[in-house]
Design a protein around this ligand. Structure first.
Ligand code: HEM
Ligand SMILES: *[C@@H]1O[C@H](CO)[C@@H](O)[C@H](O)[C@H]1NC(C)=O
Ligand SMILES: *[C@@H]1O[C@H](CO)[C@@H](O)[C@H](O)[C@H]1NC(C)=O
Length: 339
């Protein structure tokens, strides 16, 4: 009898194990199935080719590293990391590139083209444009921040790109902390991810139109944003004259997002915020809100910890709505869908 019960128990355990096994398989397959080293057997040189291309481009123009990190963010937040941001506009389809958030400011497209051309010569129709963007963002982080990290890959490229989806999915530079938190939460990213990734604004530039409302038309009683450091405000006013333009132009002046060290990806950004020296409203608000100030202080104090967390948050951002398996395609040319 005892024996019978023990057998029944063992059989029950066995069944439980089988159920648990299939349940875990289901769980795994419902998660993004990206993996580190995805191209190791398919195209062993893939990541090296992208790295070489990005290093060469950044040596020519340092701003391209900033451009490529931003390109990754703008790709992943709109339709997931599917390279929809790279599709050229067509007469009947104004693509993401023409959105006011991207037009005349997003840069680095040619670097991706160069890497893709070389990859097509080595291993045709194998490496997705979406993965090239993710590798290039990692390589740009390495060049400007000195920290290398592994990038899970195996993304496939989307076939759709719609200009109006950009402003519906990307946060605006006028957002406050609450709005930023909500925007990132909508993409499965935490408050901490949001504050950590905002540190990307320690490199690169901004056009005047992205922040000049803080200088000249803040509100009815204060033309200038009181949270903006006065010395910085004066510097910015000399660079960005009052203008009624609401659409960015190519000839509009630019200002470094971090004026002191625009080519170094580092925690200087957070130190600046604590002195009222954030350039965008969406930057300065992080030091002005209870829900984010603690994280700003933490990052400002722990440079190496921030860098590790930045890399981890970049990887998490790279999981947003990815296409894998037989979804999407591997584009031959990153600017057009295959025919
Ligand atoms: C938190 C919400 C964010 C907002 C509202 C925002 C907004 C902006 C704006 C308005 C600019 C300047 C564009 C221009 O006028 O030329 C900019 C630049 C930039 N952003 Fe963000 N951004 C955000 C988060 C991020 C994230 C998560 C990353 C990447 C991890 C990123 C990376 C960059 C970089 C590197 C630049 C400089 C680009 C260049 O020099 O070409 N941003 N951002
Ligand atoms: C303008 O902004 C200041 C500083 O944030 C605030 O004290 C003031 O109440 C605002 N005025 C109006 C009319 O919104
Ligand atoms: C995009 O930017 C270019 C260059 O400044 C400008 O000529 C063009 O009108 C802009 N297009 C849109 C749709 O905003």
């Amino acid at each position: 009898m005892g024996n019978y019960r023990a057998q029944g128990f063992a059989a029950g355990l066995h069944k439980l194990a089988i159920v648990a096994f299939f349940a875990s398989m289901l769980l795994v397959s419902s998660l993004a199935s990206l993996e580190v080293g995805y191209y190791e057997s398919k195209c062993p040189m893939a990541e090296k080719i992208v790295r070489r291309t990005v290093v060469k481009a950044a040596a020519r123009d340092h701003g391209l590293a900033a451009g490529l990190i931003r390109l990754y963010f703008h790709d992943c937040f709109v339709r997931g990391c599917d390279a929809s941001v790279l599709l050229d506009p067509l007469p009947n389809n104004p693509s993401e590139k023409l959105s006011p958030a991207n037009n005349a400011s997003l840069r680095g497209y040619e670097v991706i083209d160069d890497a893709k051309a070389e990859l097509e010569a080595f291993c045709p129709e194998t490496v997705s444009c979406a993965d090239i963007i993710a590798f290039a963002a990692r390589d740009s982080t390495f060049i400007t921040g000195g920290l290398d990290y592994s990038v899970p890959s195996g993304r496939r490229d989307g076939m759709v790109s719609i200009d109006s989806e950009v402003v519906q999915n990307l946060p605006f530079p006028t957002f406050n902390a609450e709005q930023l938190i909500k925007s990132f939460a909508g993409k499965g990213l935490s408050v901490k991810d949001m504050v950590t990734l905002s540190g990307a604004h320690s490199i690169g530039v901004s056009h005047c139109s992205s922040f000049d409302s803080r200088l000249y038309r803040f509100n009815a009683t204060h033309p200038q944003d009181p949270s903006l450091n006065h010395h910085l405000a004066n510097f910015l006013k000399a660079r960005c004259l009052p203008s009624s333009k609401t659409v960015r132009t190519q000839t509009e002046p630019t200002v470094p997002l971090d004026i002191k060290a625009p080519n170094h990806l580092d925690v200087k950004y957070y130190k600046n915020l604590l002195k009222g020296k954030g350039l965008l409203t969406s930057d300065q608000t992080l030091a002005g809100s209870r829900s984010t100030l603690g994280l700003v202080i933490d990052h400002a104090r722990n440079p190496s910890k921030w860098k590790e967390e930045f890399a981890a948050a970049m990887v998490r951002m790279g999981n947003i709505d990815v296409l894998t398996g037989n979804k999407g395609e591997i584009r031959k040319n990153c600017r057009v869908v295959n025919d």
